[in-house]
Design a protein around this ligand. Structure first.
Ligand code: PBG
Length: 321
């Protein structure tokens, strides 16, 4: 056959394939989530997600030391707390396991990025991310608590706060409060398009949170794509430094849309249920662990994510070709 175009020419050998390789995935693109709890000597794995770790402060220090050796230097911290009430008061306790851990990590390691989750769900008895009264989320009152929580985390040493609550107006409010308190350098990674997803299951059982009802009045409808851009433009106007789409694998179209319209880095959260699906498939002998996880992370990068929060970050902290 006399063909001028033969795309296979660029696939014929490893060197050609290397030239024709479009998307890079490396340790720099990965951020590792950890769950922090009080006590000492505690290191627990989720039963269906071996890479989701709940750690006491001493174990977190060891873990971050090792992760850094492997090349991971971006961390996202969540607290697992047994102190729950209607207001989520523990969120503002400067001696909480999370706050103490952030201070210690920042004392010990000066070259890692510590980001903290900003939302009330680890601390509320109703399991919601915001204040909840008579069956309703109180948006503006919640934002006031999130402002205080963000300033507290910045004071403990967090260089980035990550509001995951989806309240309206919180990015600007947090930015203003951080600036007022002298934390101009503390960045905001906003959960910009966070969907009311079934794939948060392993995360919620790690936190031990039983949500009263559901989160559909604040998290987005999985049916929606256009609305993600509305949220994006609001967050950009309000001063978000990084915008996030969550979950990741089931929302690659949204990541791609956000990437096109965003003038700041785009993050994606490869959430607990998405990671657990991969491990379950490996356990059932359906596919090769390394190849399946690599392909998933690569897909998230190809869609447009500059940064991926994934429980596989430490395991995949190498530069792939
Ligand atoms: C809530 C929050 C959730 C996750 C991160 N922050 C769960 C939820 O919205 O109920 C999920 C992350 C994961 O599943 O890995 N503030």
């Amino acid at each position: 056959m006399n063909l001028i175009q033969r795309p296979r020419r660029l696939r014929q050998s490893a060197v050609f394939r290397e030239i024709n390789h479009e998307t890079q995935l490396g340790r720099a693109h990965l951020m590792m989530p950890y769950f922090i709890t009080s006590g000492s000597g505690i290191r627990k794995k989720h039963p269906h997600l071996s890479v989701a770790l709940t750690l006491s402060r001493d174990e977190l220090e060891k873990e971050i030391g090792q992760a850094r050796e492997k090349g991971v230097d971006k961390f996202l911290l969540f607290e697992v707390s047994d102190k729950r009430d209607a207001q989520g008061s523990e969120a503002l306790n400067e001696n909480s396991a999370l706050c103490e851990s952030v201070k210690r990590i920042r004392d010990k390691f000066d070259d890692v990025l510590i980001s903290t989750d900003i939302a009330l769900d680890p601390y509320t008895d109703h399991g919601h991310d915001g204040l909840f009264k008579d069956g309703k989320i109180l948006n503006d009152q919640t934002v006031e608590v999130l402002q205080k929580m963000s300033a507290l985390h910045a004071k403990c040493g967090a260089q980035m706060v990550a509001p995951s609550d989806m309240m309206d107006g919180r990015v600007l409010a947090i930015r203003e409060r951080l600036d007022e308190e002298g934390f101009q350098d503390c960045a905001i990674m906003s959960y910009t398009a966070k969907y009311a997803s079934a794939f948060y299951g392993p995360f919620r059982d790690t936190l031990g949170s039983n949500v009263v009802g559901d989160k559909k009045t604040y998290q987005m409808n999985p049916a929606n794509r256009r609305e993600a851009l509305r949220e994006l433009h609001l967050d950009l106007d309000e001063g978000a430094d990084i915008v996030m789409v969550k979950p990741a694998i089931h929302y690659l179209d949204v990541i791609a849309d956000v990437k096109l319209d965003s003038n700041v880095p785009v993050a994606a959260y490869h959430v607990s249920g998405e990671c657990a699906m991969l491990e379950a498939g490996v356990k059932a002998g359906l596919y090769d662990r390394t190849r399946a996880i690599y392909e998933s992370l690569l897909a998230i990068r190809r869609a447009g994510a500059d940064l991926i929060a994934t429980y596989f970050a430490v395991e995949f902290a190498r530069d792939f070709r």
